[in-house]
Design a binder for this molecule. Structure first.
Ligand code: TXA
Ligand code: MG
Length: 347
């Protein structure tokens, strides 16, 4: 298939291109769009046949549901059974932004979107190009991350072209993702049964920010640990291997001196250090950096590009210096421990 490249950097100046992307989506096409978290692979959320094409293009298992993206709050009532006060509070504080809320779905949501679950995940992105395209369509867009299933999520248009050129109708060429990690996913679907809000995937909206809005929340064990054998995944995405470069990643927890000593001691052909900028000076093996230890936002922004670079540069082993788990660091840690297939060395 010939993939149309559609450059959009400003919805005011690039009005015609916004219309072009919306036109492909109206015809039931699949189009990659930028968001502030990662690029998404979008189709009309009300069109089951269009949504099914997303799964084919990514090679994604059909039992993994998609997030529905809206451009204004008025699009929400059609998607869900009802809107609990907790959802209103989250929307007031953190929408538009990197937060996905899971609610009971309405019967307008096709099974392809919800993978047969009684719930739907909804998010209003803050990226103005994303909202401009959704607004021009006039319908919500179902979109997973715009990578091939299993590889790191795309934070640049180049990442999307690398994975999906020739597999989808259009790719919007826009700026690099500002956040760089996928949205926080919180489920409010069990509230009526007396459950607490449950964090299923950490992101730039931190647990502290959720507690500010909601009071106590539960953090699903799968955020930091491997899903137990036999336990049903509360979020189907949890059970799949994720963010994995071809290189074997080993997550190393320890202070700078101990980490550098460990990496140098384990130097071998094909090995590199996946580390913070501050670590690089002491290392005797090649370094691929992912942001600064003293700036978790910079780690989030850089991580997925760094994971892709491991493969581009042909490394077979990467000793990854583990981030602190505070604030956004929890999200960075969550992605890295999956890239490492839960292999952790404690120093
Ligand atoms: O930032 C993001 O969230 C990006 C951008 C494009 O918006 N999207 C994204 O989508 O990361 P995806 O499909 O890669 O991840 C969505 C996650 C998956 O782990 C999926 O299982 C979970 O959300 N999910 C979606 N709907 C769900 C539902 N109804 N119940 C539980 N988990 C759900
Ligand atoms: Mg994904």
């Amino acid at each position: 298939m010939q993939t149309k490249r559609i450059p959009i950097h400003s919805i005011l100046e690039d009005h015609e291109q916004v219309e072009e992307a919306a036109g492909l989506l109206r015809q039931g096409g699949v189009v990659a769009i930028p968001t502030e978290t990662v690029y998404g692979l979008a189709a009309n959320a009300y069109d089951g046949a269009a949504v099914a094409k997303i799964f084919a293009a990514k090679g994604r298992p059909m039992d993994n549901p998609l997030i529905v993206h809206i451009s204004e709050f008025d699009m929400l009532p059609d998607l869900v059974e009802d809107i609990p006060e907790a959802a209103m509070e989250l929307a007031r504080r953190y929408w538009p932004g990197p937060l996905t809320i899971i609610l009971k779905k309405s019967d307008r949501i096709p099974d392809e979107v919800s993978a047969g679950l009684p719930t739907v995940a909804v998010r209003m992105p803050s990226n103005t190009v994303a909202r401009g395209i959704i607004g021009a369509c006039g319908f919500p867009l179902a979109a997973p991350s715009a990578n091939l299933s299993g590889s790191p999520s795309p934070t640049t248009a180049d990442h999307v072209l690398h994975d999906l050129d020739g597999r989808v109708e259009g790719i919007v060429i826009s700026d690099d993702a500002a956040v760089g990690l996928e949205s926080t996913v919180v489920s409010l679907a069990g509230l009526a049964e007396g459950e607490r809000p449950r964090l299923l995937r950490p992101g730039a909206v931190t647990p502290e920010m959720l507690r500010d809005a909601l009071g106590e929340i539960d953090i699903d064990p799968a955020v930091l640990h491997q899903l137990e054998e036999g336990r049903k995944a509360p979020s189907p995405g949890m059970k799949y291997k994720h963010y994995a470069p071809k290189a074997r990643v080993i997550l190393v927890e320890g202070d700078r001196a101990a980490y550098i000593e460990y990496a140098n001691r384990h130097a071998k052909e094909g090995a590199c250090a996946l580390c913070f900028e501050e670590d690089a000076a002491g290392l005797q093996i090649p370094a691929v950096t992912y942001g600064r230890a003293d700036a978790p936002d910079s780690e989030a922004h850089a991580l997925f590009d760094a994971l892709r670079r491991l493969d581009e540069e042909g490394y077979t082993t990467a000793y990854a210096h583990a981030p602190d788990k505070d604030g956004v660091g929890l999200a960075v840690y969550n992605r890295l421990i999956r890239a490492a297939a839960f292999q952790v060395v404690q120093l």
